[in-house]
Design a protein around this ligand. Structure first.
Ligand SMILES: NC(=O)c1ccc[n+]([C@@H]2O[C@H](COP(=O)([O-])OP(=O)(O)OC[C@H]3O[C@@H](n4cnc5c(N)ncnc54)[C@H](OP(=O)(O)O)[C@@H]3O)[C@@H](O)[C@H]2O)c1
Length: 190
């Protein structure tokens, strides 16, 4: 897959590194000067990174998403957009509404926002990543979650974003109660 990862920090850099290692064509969209990014994938201006992508992953501060997608909404049309961002302290953690307003045809995925980045770099065996996705985007999300070494756990279409996000305070509480161990995840047992 041709993946544009927007943001080269903990989340963007970790996911981009894993997907490149798995054979995907990763480019970072960044405010930084062009060059090599985490894992060796190229860094480009955000517009240039979006141009050829099939999948876009937003890994910037939650407070930066609305302005970013408003500036690049046209480039998101028809693409799978994975929202890994959290707007801490806002009524909703996700940026689904801003993404939909900027690009009504984007295929929304809510994923990679309920576990610390350490779990993407080095997953606990059999740990699940809970996600929601528009129907046309589900298979892509499944594949990219599996590619980082987590079990994809689909909870519903994009309207189930709040169900995914309910796990975020749970994860923080478990980390706090277990001495700050952030390499901690949930598993589905059936
Ligand atoms: N840290 C975690 O464990 C974790 C877990 C789940 C979800 N999240 C969420 O994932 C997102 C990224 O978190 P992170 O830990 O990766 O943060 P981070 O390490 O600070 O990286 C964020 C990246 O976003 C870019 N950026 C910063 N300000 C920006 C702006 N105003 N406009 C556009 N791009 C900007 C920067 O990349 P460039 O310098 O290359 O532009 C920066 O490296 C956040 O929304 C966070 O809530 C984090």
């Amino acid at each position: 897959m041709r993946i544009a990862v927007i943001g080269t920090g903990n989340i963007g850099g970790t996911l981009g590194t894993k997907w490149r290692a798995a054979g995907h064509d990763v480019v970072y969209g960044s405010r930084r000067a062009p060059g090599d990014g985490p894992g060796g994938a190229p860094v480009r201006a955000i517009g240039a990174a979006l141009a050829d992508a099939e999948v876009v992953v937003l890994a910037v501060p939650g407070s930066a998403v609305a302005e970013l997608v408003a500036a690049h909404g046209g480039a998101l049309a028809g693409k799978v957009v994975i929202d890994a961002t959290n707007r801490m302290g806002a009524p909703e953690f996700d940026s689904r509404a801003a993404i939909k307003a900027a690009s009504p045809d984007a295929r929304y995925v809510r994923a990679f926002n309920t576990l610390g980045w350490e779990n993407f770099a080095d997953p606990v065996p059999s740990a699940a990543l809970f996600f929601a996705a528009d129907p046309e985007a589900r298979a892509v999300a499944d594949e990219l979650i599996a590619a980082v070494g987590l079990e994809p756990a689909f909870v519903g279409d994009a309207d189930a974003t709040g169900t995914v996000d309910a796990l975020l305070p749970l994860w923080f509480a478990l980390v706090q109660q277990r001495g700050g161990n952030r390499r901690l995840a949930l598993r589905v047992v059936q």
